[in-house]
Design a protein around this ligand. Structure first.
Ligand SMILES: *[C@@H]1O[C@H](CO)[C@@H](O)[C@H](O)[C@H]1NC(C)=O
Ligand SMILES: *[C@@H]1O[C@H](CO)[C@@H](O)[C@H](O)[C@H]1NC(C)=O
Ligand SMILES: *[C@@H]1O[C@H](CO)[C@@H](O)[C@H](O)[C@H]1NC(C)=O
Ligand SMILES: *[C@@H]1O[C@H](CO)[C@@H](O)[C@H](O)[C@H]1NC(C)=O
Ligand SMILES: *[C@@H]1O[C@H](CO)[C@@H](O)[C@H](O)[C@H]1NC(C)=O
Length: 487
């Protein structure tokens, strides 16, 4: 299997396997185990799966087509007048895990809240169409998804028992954007929001991503780590210069015999795959994982990926890595959520992690052209650079980029997470504060405490819950500066 996954690694936890994981299958499993380890019980009997009929197009009343959106409901913690908490899912199949553990679950437990979890249109089981042709995808947008969510909440809120209930939305990553934008567009419906690791600024050439990966390794890696990475990537580049070099590289890196590595886009995919090992660690790891990876690559001359069948480029039939661009496009088309998210990046957000900056050791071989080509090859010639640019501009105009006009939204980021470079890191106002958590990666604040969490992360969770309670009028909770440290 191979597909372009780097634009996918935005998710908080992805249930699918869309990462370009370079030899990182095991580490990925660790991540899932991490989340599971915070689960106190696996009792899902209190969680109900529900469906709501939604208009296909909220903005064209003449379009009378509808589809069914999936959501989940958990009411066993709810008591009269308790708030409603909605966990918004983004680019992936919805999972019940966030109704069983994490910040939303804790809030509901502490404040007698009702819990909901919504699935984004065109993901998981919330599919308006069987086939994701370009034509069918035209109703996929953040704006439509926000309208779906508003309609769901209006319907729930109209039930008499929720008459006095406040509504809080929670999301991480792309869904963190959505949480903030719910408050922006529906301030009368939504009372407060947590926008975790939310890259609210759409950006065509997101070269800061790899810059930040580099910063993480520089700051937390071993002393000679940067030099080593640089050496490895320079060697790759050198190999590509000659026919014999390519032959050698194919052997060293287990590249499939018939993959034509003289093609520029195949070379770029190779570089993307190799860089993605570092991307993944920066986005989901911690300082220890970074250090360990530096140790892992220390004694290798250039090969640092092991053969791992979870790697997106790994061809399990032939036991080799296949970096054939055309093949990658075809495979992407067979995986629904990849098609959907690729569509959203090509039309709304871009977020493509190029090597346009030179402040990193990953050479400069991942050009924006690779991503433009991915968009046009997947969706048609109209989905070109110009269109991406226009989409990004429109997104930022609509939602306000780094200065959305919102209150009662807390913007939380981990400073290891490269996506924080597109998020809000300083308070917008007293009622729209920002929190940056040291030594913490993507969306971690949405999980529950677990051993090894930095103290600042544990404090941040408390602070976020404090803010939400304050904003929905449940003010008699300790201020964070009154936390007693037991250590
Ligand atoms: C978490 O653990 C439960 C129970 O062992 C298991 O059913 C579930 O599949 C696990 N989930 C993940 C994401 O590993
Ligand atoms: C790397 O090589 C050094 C010296 O030969 C050795 O002490 C160390 O254990 C090796 N590290 C790994 C991770 O193989
Ligand atoms: C990588 O980038 C360098 C510098 O732009 C260029 O000379 C080289 O041809 C590129 N190599 C590959 C494999 O794309
Ligand atoms: C921000 O929103 C408030 C009300 O929600 C509105 O009064 C104000 O004009 C808005 N400011 C801008 C700059 O749009
Ligand atoms: C998380 O850890 C902090 C500090 O140990 C503690 O005060 C808090 O109660 C914990 N939260 C949960 C939900 O266990």
């Amino acid at each position: 299997m191979l597909f372009i996954g780097t634009n996918i690694i935005l998710a908080c936890i992805s249930v699918g396997f869309g990462f370009v994981l370079n030899g990182l299958g095991n580490r990925y499993r660790h991540l899932l185990q991490d989340i599971n380890s915070t689960l106190t019980s696996f009792d899902t009997s209190s969680i109900k799966i529900k469906w709501i009929e939604q208009p296909l197009d909220h903005f064209d009343k003449k379009n009378i087509n509808t589809w069914n959106m999936r959501y989940m409901e958990r009411l066993d913690k709810w008591k009269k007048d308790g708030p409603i908490y909605l966990f918004m899912y983004g680019e992936g199949e919805a999972s019940q895990v966030f109704l069983q553990t994490g910040i939303l679950y804790e809030l509901a437990e502490e404040t007698n809240g009702a819990m909901l979890l919504s699935e984004h249109r065109y993901y998981g089981k919330s599919k308006p169409f069987e086939e994701l042709t370009t034509e069918n995808l035209k109703f996929l947008s953040s704006r439509q998804a926000l309208a779906d969510t508003a309609r769901l909440l209006e319907l729930v809120k109209s039930e008499p028992q929720y008459e006095n209930s406040k509504i809080v939305v929670v999301g991480g990553s792309y869904a963190g954007n959505l949480a903030a934008w719910m408050r922006l567009l529906y301030p009368n419906l939504i009372n407060a929001a947590i926008a975790s690791s939310a890259p609210v600024l759409a950006k065509k050439d997101f070269y800061e991503y790899l810059e930040h990966v580099s910063d993480d390794f520089e700051q937390h890696g071993t002393e000679d780590c940067m030099e080593k990475i640089n050496e490895i990537f320079t060697t790759y580049e050198k190999r590509f210069r000659t026919v014999d070099g390519i032959k050698q590289l194919k052997k060293e890196e287990y590249i499939c015999e018939d993959t034509d590595m003289t093609k520029v886009e195949n070379q770029q995919l190779f570089f993307l795959d190799k860089s993605s090992a570092f991307m993944y660690i920066a986005q989901y790891g911690n300082p220890d994982v970074i250090k360990t990876y530096c140790e892992d690559i220390k004694n290798t001359s250039l090969v640092f990926s092991s053969k791992v069948d979870e790697n997106d480029f790994y061809d399990t039939k032939n036991n080799c890595y296949d970096y054939e661009f055309e093949e990658m496009i075809q495979n992407t088309k067979e995986i629904d959520w990849l098609v959907s998210w690729t569509y959203q990046t090509c039309t709304e957000f871009s977020y493509f992690p190029s090597t346009s900056s030179n402040k990193h050791p990953f050479t400069d071989n991942i050009s924006m052209d690779l991503f433009y080509k991915m968009c046009t090859k997947t969706f048609g010639p109209n989905f070109d650079e110009k269109r991406i640019e226009a989409g990004v501009m429109e997104t930022n105009m609509m939602y306000g980029g780094l200065t959305p006009n919102v209150t009662k939204v807390v913007f939380v980021n981990g400073d290891l997470d490269p996506y924080h470079r597109l998020s809000i890191l300083e308070d917008l106002s007293y009622e729209a504060p920002a929190k940056v958590i040291p030594r913490t990666s993507h969306c971690r604040d949405l999980f529950s405490n677990r051993s090894g969490d930095p103290e600042e992360l544990i404090e941040a969770r408390y602070y976020i819950k404090y803010l939400i309670k304050k904003w929905i009028g449940l003010g008699d909770y300790n201020k964070p500066n009154e936390i007693k440290h037991t250590t």
